[in-house]
Design a protein around this ligand. Structure first.
Ligand SMILES: NC(=O)C1=CN([C@@H]2O[C@H](COP(=O)(O)OP(=O)(O)OC[C@H]3O[C@@H](n4cnc5c(N)ncnc54)[C@H](OP(=O)(O)O)[C@@H]3O)[C@@H](O)[C@H]2O)[C@H](O)CC1
Ligand SMILES: [K+]
Length: 499
C-alpha cells in the first residue's frame, strides 16, 4: 500500500501513466497490476465471497475490471463480467485484457445484480467525461439498490476524481471500498467523494519512483509530514516574547466568548504571550475569566492602531465575535501586526468586496495573512467563486487575495497564493460545534506568532483542531479544544507530556 502526501489530479494521473510508459513500463503491465490489486483487495475484504459480478466500462477502467475478473476466476471464484459495451468495441490495453478473459460476459442490462456476493465497479474511472445516463446510470442505480458490497476500481463510477462529487446530476456508485492507483486523487478526500469511496486503499502498480516527484504536484493530504518540519519548537533559551505575542480583538461586552476561545487557543499552541484587546466593558468580562492572558484597552480601530504602534504583535486575530467596527479593526491588524488571521465577521463586513480586502492584504505583501471562512462566509465574500471543486475555489480565493485561505468544513482545504493546497480528512463530526471556528483562528494565530509560515501554520492548525476533537470524543464543546491541544502537540513534538 502507498502512503504519501500527494493527491494527483486526473490529468496528473494521465501524465504519470504517460511518463511511466516513456520510462519503459508497458500500459498493459500497469493495467495488469491495477486489476491484480483490485482482485487482491476483493479477496482480502470478502474472503467468503464466491460469486463476483464485474461491471466493465468502455475504457481502461473496464480493462482493469477484465484483469480483476481473470485473477479472481483463477482463484476459483464464479465471475461474470457485465459489459457496458461489447468486448470487441474496446480498444488498446482494455481490448487486450478483454481478449484474455475467457469467462462469461453478459450485456449489463441483463446482469443479475442480486446474485453476486461482491460487485466490482469498473465502469468509469479517471476518464469520466459526463454524467452517467442510460444503461450506465441504470447499472449504477441497480448496483446501489442490490445492497451487495461494491468494490470500486479507481473511483466509484459517476464520481469525478478531481471534484469529489458526481459530474452533473448523474447517479454515482456508493462503494464499500475503493482501490486507486499510484496516489489518491482529490476526489477521494473531498466530500462527498470520501464517503462514496468507502475504505480507500492505494495500490502500487509499478510506476517508477521518480515519476510522481517529477510532476510538480501541489495538492496534498493534510498530514503532519507536510508541515511538522516547520512546527515551532520552544528553545531552551527562549523568551516569552520571542515565542510570539498574539493579539485577539474582542467584540463588545455581551460577545466576548469568541475572542476568549481564540486567545486560549493561541496560548495553548505555544504563543509566548496573548493579549485580548477591546473596550473597557468587554475587558471587565474577560477579566473574570482569564489569568495568563493579558488585557489591553482598545475601544476602536484607532485604539488598536495605538497598541500596534506601542509594541510588536507577532500575530493578530480579528473576526470572532467582533461586532461593529470589524472592518476598521481588520484593516488596522493588516497594517499593524506582523501577521493576521481574519475570520467570521470580517467576511460579512467585506461581503461581495473581496478585491477591497485583497487590496488591504496586499499593502504589505510579505505579511502572512490567513483567512478562515466556512462555506457560507466564503459565498458571502466571494459571490462569484461558485465554479469547480472546494479545492478550486479555495485556490482561486488565495490567488485573488494573496492570503492563505482555509475553507472550512469536514474536508477543510487550506490553499496558498502560490498554488499549494492541503485537504484535511481528520475532522470528526463532533467538531461541528459552536465556537470551534474561533478556536481554529486562535490556533492559526498562535502558530503564526511563533514564526511558522502561513500555509504550514494554517494546515497544522486545521490538523491539530481535528485531532484534538477526535481525541476528546463525544460531548466536545469548543472550550475543550484548547485544553486537549497540548496532548496533540506533545505527540507531534515527540515529547511525552508526563516526562
Ligand atoms: N496509473 C493508473 O492509474 C492506471 C489506470 N488505469 C485505469 O484507467 C482508467 C482511466 O482510463 P480511461 O480509459 O482514460 O477512462 P475510463 O475508463 O474512466 O473511461 C473512459 C471512457 O468512458 C467514456 N465515458 C466517460 N464518461 C462517460 C459517461 N458518463 N457515459 C458513457 N461513457 C462515458 C469515455 O468516452 P469519451 O466520449 O469521453 O471519450 C471513454 O470512452 C483509470 O481510472 C484506471 O482505472 C490503467 O488501467 C492502468 C494505469
Ligand atoms: K470505477
Amino acid at each position: 500500500m502507498v502512503m504519501s502526501l500527494e493527491l494527483l489530479a486526473c490529468a496528473e494521473m494521465t501524465e504519470a501513466d504517460r511518463r511511466a510508459v516513456a520510462a519503459g513500463v508497458s500500459g498493459a503491465a500497469l493495467m495488469e497490476a491495477a486489476g491484480a490489486a483490485v482482485a487482491r483487495r476483493a479477496r482480502e475484504l470478502w474472503p467468503a465471497a464466491r460469486r463476483i459480478l464485474v461491471l466493465a466500462g468502455p475504457g481502461a477502467n473496464g480493462g482493469d475490471g477484465y484483469v480483476a475478473a481473470r485473477r479472481l476466476a483463477e482463484r476459483g471464484l464464479a465471475v461474470t463480467v457485465a459489459a457496458l459495451v461489447p468486448p470487441e468495441r474496446l480498444s488498446g490495453d482494455a481490448a487486450f485484457m478483454a481478449s484474455r478473459w475467457s469467462g462469461a460476459v453478459t450485456p449489463i442490462a441483463d446482469a443479475d445484480f442480486g446474485a453476486a456476493d461482491v460487485i466490482v465497479d469498473a465502469l468509469f474511472g479517471a476518464g469520466l467525461s459526463r454524467p452517467l445516463e442510460g444503461a450506465a446510470a441504470d447499472a449504477a442505480e441497480r448496483a446501489n439498490a442490490s445492497r451487495t458490497p461494491i468494490l470500486a476500481v479507481d473511483v466509484p463510477s459517476g464520481l469525478h476524481g478531481d471534484l469529489g462529487a458526481p459530474l452533473g446530476r448523474g447517479p454515482v456508485v456508493r462503494a464499500a471500498a475503493t482501490v486507486t492507483f499510484v496516489r489518491p486523487k482529490p476526489g477521494h478526500v473531498l466530500l462527498p467523494g470520501r464517503t462514496l469511496c468507502g475504505a480507500l486503499t492505494v495500490a502500487d502498480i509499478g510506476t517508477p519512483e521518480a515519476v510522481v516527484p517529477s510532476l510538480g504536484v501541489a495538492t496534498f493530504r493534510n498530514r503532519p509530514a507536510l508541515w511538522s518540519g516547520a512546527l515551532p519548537r520552544p528553545a531552551t533559551d527562549g523568551h516569552k516574547y520571542r515565542r510570539g505575542h498574539a493579539l485577539v480583538w474582542s467584540g463588545p461586552e455581551f460577545m466576548t466568548g469568541a475572542a476568549r476561545l481564540s486567545a486560549f487557543a493561541a496560548a495553548r499552541v505555544g504563543a509566548g504571550a496573548v493579549t485580548i484587546a477591546g473596550a473597557p466593558a468587554a475587558l471587565r468580562v474577560h477579566a473574570a475569566h482569564v489569568s495568563a492572558i493579558m488585557l489591553a484597552e482598545a475601544v476602536d480601530a484607532d485604539g488598536l492602531e495605538k497598541l500596534f504602534g506601542a509594541r510588536r504583535f507577532a500575530s493578530a486575530v480579528v473576526g470572532p465575535g467582533a461586532g461593529p467596527g470589524v472592518e476598521a479593526a481588520a484593516r488596522a491588524a493588516l497594517d499593524g501586526a506582523e501577521s493576521a488571521v481574519l475570520d467570521a465577521d470580517v467576511f460579512t463586513a467585506f461581503a461581495g468586496r473581496p478585491d477591497e480586502l485583497a487590496a488591504a492584504i496586499r499593502r504589505a505583501p510579505a505579511r502572512p495573512v490567513v483567512l478562515t471562512p466556512h462555506e457560507g462566509e466564503f459565498a458571502r465574500l466571494f459571490p462569484d467563486l461558485t465554479d469547480g471543486s472546494k479545492l478550486d475555489r479555495a485556490r482561486a480565493a488565495a490567488s485573488r487575495t494573496g492570503a492563505v485561505v482555509a475553507l472550512k468544513g469536514a474536508d477543510t482545504v487550506v490553499a496558498a497564493p502560490d498554488g499549494r493546497a492541503a485537504i484535511a480528512d481528520n475532522a470528526p463530526p463532533t467538531l461541528a460545534t459552536a465556537g470551534a471556528g474561533d478556536v481554529l483562528a486562535g490556533f492559526c494565530a498562535g502558530l503564526l506568532a511563533q514564526g511558522m509560515p502561513a500555509f504550514e501554520a494554517a494546515a497544522a492548525a486545521v490538523w491539530i483542531h481535528g485531532e484534538a476533537a477526535a481525541g476528546f470524543g463525544p460531548g466536545l464543546i469548543a472550550d475543550d479544544l484548547p485544553h486537549v491541544a497540548p496532548a496533540v502537540l506533545a505527540r507531534l513534538l515527540g515529547a511525552p507530556k508526563d516526562s
